[in-house]
Ligand binder design. Sequence first.
Ligand code: FAD
Length: 526
Amino acid sequence: MKRIILIGSGLAALSFIEALEEDVHVICLTKDSKTTNNSYLAQGGICFSKYEHDSGASHAQDTYEAGHLLGDQRVITSMICASYEAIQKYINQGINFDRQVDTHDFDWALEGAHTVPRILHIGGDRTGYGLMQHLTACLTRHSHITTYEQAEVIDLVHDRDGKICGVYMFDQNNELQQILGHEVVCATGGYSNIFRHNSHAASTVSSGHIIAFHHGVPLRHMEMIQFHPTLLGTPTNNYGLISEAVRGEGGILKNAQGVRFMDDYHPLGSLAPRDITSRAIFEQHQQCYIDIRQVRGFKQRFPGIYQQAQRYCSDDYSKGYLPVTVGAHYTMGGIKTDLAGRTNLPHFYCIGEASNTNFHGANRLASNSLLEAIVMGQHCAAVINQQPSRPLVDPQPSLVQIPKISEAVLKPLQAENEAILGIERHGACMTGYLTRLHQALEQAEHITLTQLTPTLWQRYVRVKMLEIICEAALHRTESRGAHYRLDKPKMQTALQQIDIEIVKGEDMHAQHIKRTRENQTVLPGR
Ligand SMILES: Cc1cc2nc3c(=O)[nH]c(=O)nc-3n(C[C@H](O)[C@H](O)[C@H](O)COP(=O)(O)OP(=O)(O)OC[C@H]3O[C@@H](n4cnc5c(N)ncnc54)[C@H](O)[C@@H]3O)c2cc1C
């Protein structure tokens, strides 16, 4: 029987399994519990523009513009087009998107940078949970799924011919294990939780990017990290996310003086794209709030956020204000793939937030990520369904050498990462920081996988990810979307078609390549 190794248990992973033929064995390896992932946390919803009069043209344009013209128009159009069938499939299976009480039509929601309401949601603000529940129920028909929780994958196995044929992982007892399979699918999510202020579910950083990097798979646009403007709370304490849909329903951003500052930054005011809103809040240098007094039926429409607000900020809530702070939320950068998750490495695929297809550009449009996870999961399954089985012979030992980073080395590098690679960046600061990251990696003793522990692996992943992000950010010599440089504050038209890829260079250093996108018709913004 064909055996597929699936890394991760989020929405991309479940959408993938749901679309697989039933006569394959899926081994799902996930580093936390199977329900600890960002997919369960998704609040606002999923874009569905199938019934819009322009066949998705304005959804594509909104995606392109929110992404500051860095997305690939062909990819954007194909992804949106593919989403119609992908989401319709779940509707036909009976998924419960919220509907209006009187008309029974879908209850379309509006979020930042969308020109029309086109977002479907479940349970008010529990869309991720609803999708995951739906897919989990669908998967009961697959009798050959084996899931290992607390199983962190750290490397790929290849055979004598260099073909990928499995993974190395730490099992729940922290023992190193080798697992063989015909195809390996990486659905490891994003890396925003490398920063202290973030909206993520887990505290350990996902490591699919590093694993791919070690095997020569290019990473693309790793500098593009979206900071969400409205985590509930203050810079010192935050308690989850306040979906953009709250602003779509009438919530207004105000500073501590009660001033609606967003009107000075963007014609869409509180519904401006996330990168612009986050920077505006950052520039206030004071606690900001969402005024929710105009949001009708807040408790019913946003039950999850209501619960958090009652628990942590009940005084503010009773006055109609929720305190907000900015935090890392979503990573547009990722492993370079096509829409079906194919990488340059045969038998190794990547889907969902871990990938980069050039769909989101420099800033993701709200509610486009769940869409991407579903489309890529289904398309990857369709490709793998066609792959013939093959004998799995001669797995080779891993040759990867991992720098052994101490806590003392990691701590100061981590403490500074938000100041250097956060909302505002500066070339000189990044140059100095990159030198220190290189020193940390070079000066460490290098060890083999058999000498590694999960703690040492995570320390290394953090430093290596920062090196990769910093190398990419330093070489995008402009400001665009989520990447804002104080020393290069303007967007450069000449860089609009330039992809920044990171590959493994000499001595395992992260090395950038500037690649001009081929054959793209670049459309102007509106
Ligand atoms: C609070 C919040 C709200 C959001 N709201 C929305 C929304 O309303 N609409 C929208 O479109 N998007 C939203 N997003 C973004 C969206 O939820 C994610 O982009 C999407 O769910 C990613 O799905 P995924 O399957 O790619 O990854 P994830 O759901 O992040 O899953 C990644 C999986 O990989 C596992 N993993 C990682 N590394 C390893 C390893 N080395 N070995 C084994 N396992 C590993 C993790 O444990 C996890 O199971 C939100 C995100 C957050 C955090």
